[in-house]
Ligand binder design. Structure first.
Ligand SMILES: NC(=O)c1ccc[n+]([C@@H]2O[C@H](COP(=O)([O-])OP(=O)(O)OC[C@H]3O[C@@H](n4cnc5c(N)ncnc54)[C@H](O)[C@@H]3O)[C@@H](O)[C@H]2O)c1
Length: 436
């Protein structure tokens, strides 16, 4: 298919842009369409709207070699044989997924296609969505066949390009084996395991995978609470658990819990899907509440320790929802900072990537009284406490002596357990982590 043109709807977003750039790097001609004109105009100049390692270089290369094209005109996808739908599926207030972007994207594709086309749905959608979309299209009496294939995405921000090029698996769901094969063939540069299945199984695999990752995090955070009570160390407990090959070490780090644009949103959507068919999601409800409790406990502990927040000068390290990205969507740092500010604390924050990205303006509009620090040392200077909220690798390398000497009170509340508590005490810090 490499001579054929591929299309992306939502090509300025995290998933869409990574797909567009990676597919162009594999030799395909890719037209990436997005509703957001500002993103498109910037992308046409190779200005990437968010940080993802290696992405800017791939975008530049794709543009230079004329394999990658960004457009605000959907008609430019009209001759594509395969279009990836990568639009958002945000949570509605009741936790269910808002499917309007997906529906609009598919309708648009149906309207403009000049020949048979496959819509590969990358967006994370509730079980039953792909079948429903396909049935709705069937009733439209389209002149060209539009085949809907569920193709959930598993890449993680921060390692998106590697994950795309070496996927852990490719999952496709549908009722047209040839179309499924085409979707697989386009995106399998490496010999990744492939699962070809029904629409519903593909949708369930995506939701259950994210729900299990969230469960592991809430599990270890629950164990962290009992560790604290017995003066244990969750990092050692976690290491001991993770060495069991049946369990594995991933997603077993105690901390502030899961945050970011996917795990929480997808968990809530999955829970609401259980409700819709009259089933209880007892375990997943608990996973969700443990995650909320984790955040609440962290802030409460800080407040108790300081004897209130009014007038306290606090430094924050980390705004992104995880290291290696500038994505602050649903990051834990936001509700924590909002709470601190609302209680009268003065807060200065540092983040190595957010501080240099367009997300800084977005955040400044939402948290106008937040002060920005150019370095972690500036964030800590003359502060009554320093909070570590994102496990950025550079924070592990800090000159701790310098940090301590610059603080009014050498108190660290570490929501990511970056340091050894005994060593920190020896250095003269009061150090409070999670489960240690
Ligand atoms: N971000 C992740 O790490 C990740 C991982 C796996 C799956 N997903 C899923 O992928 C989907 C996209 O996530 P994202 O993080 O890339 O979202 P995003 O908000 O970064 O990107 C979505 C893009 O779609 C555009 N858009 C919306 N409606 C459109 C339309 N009708 N036509 C053209 N463009 C349109 C938006 O302008 C935006 O640029 C979601 O369902 C998400 O759950 C995300």
């Amino acid at each position: 298919m490499s001579a054929k043109k591929l299309g992306i709807i939502g090509g300025g977003g995290h998933i869409g842009l990574i797909h567009a750039a990676c597919l162009a790097s594999l030799g395909y001609k890719v037209a990436a369409y997005d509703l957001d004109d500002r993103k498109i105009k910037n992308l046409q100049k190779a200005l990437v709207p968010f940080y993802e390692p290696g992405l800017e270089e791939l975008v530049k290369k794709g543009l230079e070699e004329e394999r990658l094209r960004f457009t605000g005109n959907p008609e430019e996808l009209s001759d594509a044989e395969l279009v990836f739908i990568c639009v958002g599926t945000p949570a509605l207030p009741d936790g269910s997924a808002d499917l309007r972007q997906v529906e609009r994207a598919v309708e648009e594709l149906a309207r403009l296609a000049q020949g048979p086309v496959i819509a590969a749905i990358k967006s994370t959608v509730p079980v039953g969505t792909n079948r429903k979309l396909s049935q709705q299209l069937g009733k439209l009496g389209l002149s060209h066949k539009l085949t809907v294939i569920a193709n959930p995405e598993f890449l993680a921000e921060g390692s998106g390009i590697d994950d795309f090029l070496k996927p852990s698996r490719i999952v496709v769901g549908g009722e047209d084996p040839q179309a499924m094969e085409k979707v697989v063939a386009v995106q399998s540069p490496s010999a990744a395991p492939v699962i070809k299945t029904s629409w519903e199984n593909a949708e369930l695999i995506k939701h259950a995978s994210n729900a299990l990752l969230a469960t592991k995090i809430s599990f270890i955070n629950e164990v962290a609470a009992i560790c604290e009570a017995f003066k244990g160390d969750i990092r050692i407990v976690s290491q001991g658990i993770g060495l069991d090959p049946r369990i594995g070490p991933h997603f077993l780090e105690a901390g502030l819990g899961f945050s970011g644009p996917c795990l929480g949103k997808d968990l809530r959507s999955f829970i609401s899907q259980f409700g819709a068919v009259g089933e209880d999601a007892l375990l997943l409800e608990a996973v969700f509440y443990i995650n909320l409790k984790q955040l609440y406990s962290f802030v409460q502990k800080l407040e108790e320790h300081l004897g209130g927040l009014r007038g306290q000068k606090l430094g924050v390290l980390g705004l992104a929802f995880k290291p290696g990205t500038d994505d602050v969507r649903d990051s834990h740092s936001l509700p924590i900072i909002r709470h601190l500010l609302s209680r009268g604390a003065v807060v200065a924050a540092h983040d190595p990537l957010v501080g240099k990205s367009p997300q800084k303006d977005w955040l400044s509009r939402r948290l106008p009284s937040l002060q920005w620090a150019a370095s972690p040392y500036e964030a800590a200077e003359r502060k009554d406490a320093l909070l570590i909220l994102t496990a950025c690798p550079e924070y592990r390398e800090l000159d701790l002596e310098r940090l301590k000497n610059s603080m009014a009170n050498p108190l660290i509340f570490d929501g990511r357990n970056l340091f050894d508590s005994r060593e920190m005490k020896e250095l003269g810090f009061e150090y409070i982590g999670i489960g240690i």
